[in-house]
Design a binder for this molecule. Structure first.
Ligand code: AMP
Length: 444
């Protein structure tokens, strides 16, 4: 990944990874392990319990999925018949669960281990079928998993590896009791890995009850990654976003930009508008054929197209050197997605720039982002489409200031004013189990 510090002395070979995994990693374009991977992989392969303090964007998913795949590979071939669940990965949201599933599919593509992802809010039918067919690695959100355990569809009696990913978020979302009930059905003898971005007392307590003599691995939090990126924020009416984009792209310094759209339809619309304004642009998203996506990426890399408009899912596979500008046309509703998106700039010590367009409805999403990154994003007020009324509270009294992107004057983040702005879509977002997410609702 572009913004992560990579450890240039340690290689994946030196971590004693088996060939099928190394092959998969090189086809992913990974050259060196990230610090969390370099530290955690040998410990996990050594069968230690692990307390990993790492946020998203550090490469933590690969840090636990790679060694687990390797350990499973050493005992799968001997067994015949239906596979029992040997590894359980618990995660707070359906999006994270799916991302972990994708990572396992990628890193394990030359291995025999199979996996499935289960979460709430959708019919359980296909999930049940997948489990009944036999699955080695189960990635699950707690609510749905507990449901399936209670229905006696899932048995965790043979689990050897347990991962709790984003444990602090699971706690925040009120999943602690479900998590405890699930863990109670697991064998005592197992290897447990707990990852958390923060270490509040509740997490320490949980860690002390479920981890056995754990090794602790800590990596620089996301904020340091994020701080390196020059971020700016534009408050703008929804209908003015396209004009704002054209306005920003008048800056010839922006030779190429990756624009993020939350939806595929939105991505197509942005491209249309850009082309109308004589700006070369192409979209990549799930409805485009593989060929069309590859062509769009090629054209973008070669400089033939100036703007690539992508959805988050489609952008995951993009590997572009020296991406200088990222534009969040929409504010993502999952805060980590913001970090993923802007992390695509500023590769190898160069400082990238990230612009975010925020309409009133998106302010609650923005607040979640500010809470996660713990820095203020400077606001550009001197653009022709500036929204006049903005209201929200500062994320944290101790928050630091992010570097503003050059060439603009900035207004500060303002309090007061139109209170309804912050409330308008304050209903929050549904989590994977169909519940409302966010501390407000879940604190028990
Ligand atoms: P995570 O922190 O697990 O969400 O990972 C963030 C991103 O980093 C993902 O898009 C991974 O595909 C990517 N990534 C993980 N490990 C590496 C690596 N060693 N080299 C390059 N990219 C990586």
């Amino acid at each position: 990944m572009r913004h992560m510090t990579k450890n240039t002395t340690i290689t994946f070979e030196s971590l004693q990874l088996i060939q099928p995994i190394q092959k998969a990693l090189s086809s992913e374009g990974y050259t060196h392990p990230t610090p969390i991977q370099a530290q955690a992989i040998p410990l996990i392969l050594d069968k230690r319990d692990l307390f990993g303090i790492a946020q998203t964007g550090t490469g933590k998913t690969a840090a636990f999925t790679i060694p687990i795949l390797q350990m499973l590979a050493s005992h799968t071939h001997a067994e015949k018949g239906k596979k029992p669940i040997k590894c359980l990965i618990l995660t707070p949201t359906r999006e994270l669960a799916s991302q972990i599933g994708e990572s396992i599919a990628n890193y394990g593509k030359h291995l025999k281990s199979n996996h499935t992802v289960i979460f709430g809010g959708v019919n359980q039918f296909s999930q049940v079928n997948a489990i009944r067919a036999g699955v080695e690695i189960l990635i699950a959100t707690p609510g749905r998993l507990l449901d399936l355990i209670n229905q006696r569809i899932v048995s965790l009696k043979e689990v050897q590896y347990l991962v709790l990913d984003e444990a602090d978020r699971m706690l925040d979302m009120g999943f602690i009791n479900d998590v405890k009930k699930i863990i109670a059905t697991l064998p005592q003898k197992r290897q447990t890995l707990l990852f958390s971005a923060t270490m509040p007392a509740d997490i320490l307590k949980l860690a002390s009850t479920i981890l056995y003599k754990p090794a602790t691995v800590e990596v620089t939090p996301t904020s340091s990654t994020v701080e390196k990126i020059q971020q700016t924020l534009y408050y703008v009416e929804k209908n003015d976003k396209k004009k704002l984009l054209n306005h920003i792209l008048k800056d010839k310094e922006i030779q190429s930009a990756l624009v993020f759209s939350r939806t595929k339809h939105g991505a197509d619309k942005i491209v249309k508008e850009l082309i109308k304004a004589n700006i070369t642009a192409q979209a990549i998203h799930g409805d485009k054929s593989q060929n069309a996506r590859e062509a769009a990426l090629r054209n973008f890399k070669s400089g033939q197209t100036r703007v690539l408009v992508a959805t988050d899912i489609a952008a995951r596979g993009i590997d572009i050197d020296k991406l200088s500008h990222v534009i969040n046309y929409d504010i993502p509703n999952i805060p980590e997605t913001y970090v993923h998106r802007i992390g695509r700039t500023g590769r190898a010590g160069e400082s990238g720039k990230a612009y975010s367009f925020c309409e009133t409805e998106e302010i609650p999403n923005l607040m979640d982002i500010l809470k996660l990154i713990k820095i203020e994003i400077p606001v550009v007020t001197d653009h022709p489409y500036a929204m006049t009324v903005v209201a929200y509270t500062k994320p944290k009294a101790d928050s630091k200031k992010a570097k503003p992107a050059g060439g603009n004057k900035f207004g500060g983040i303002r309090n007061g004013g139109n209170k309804s702005a912050g409330k308008s879509s304050g209903a929050g977002k549904k989590n994977e189990d169909g519940n409302m997410s966010g501390k407000r609702k879940f604190k028990r």
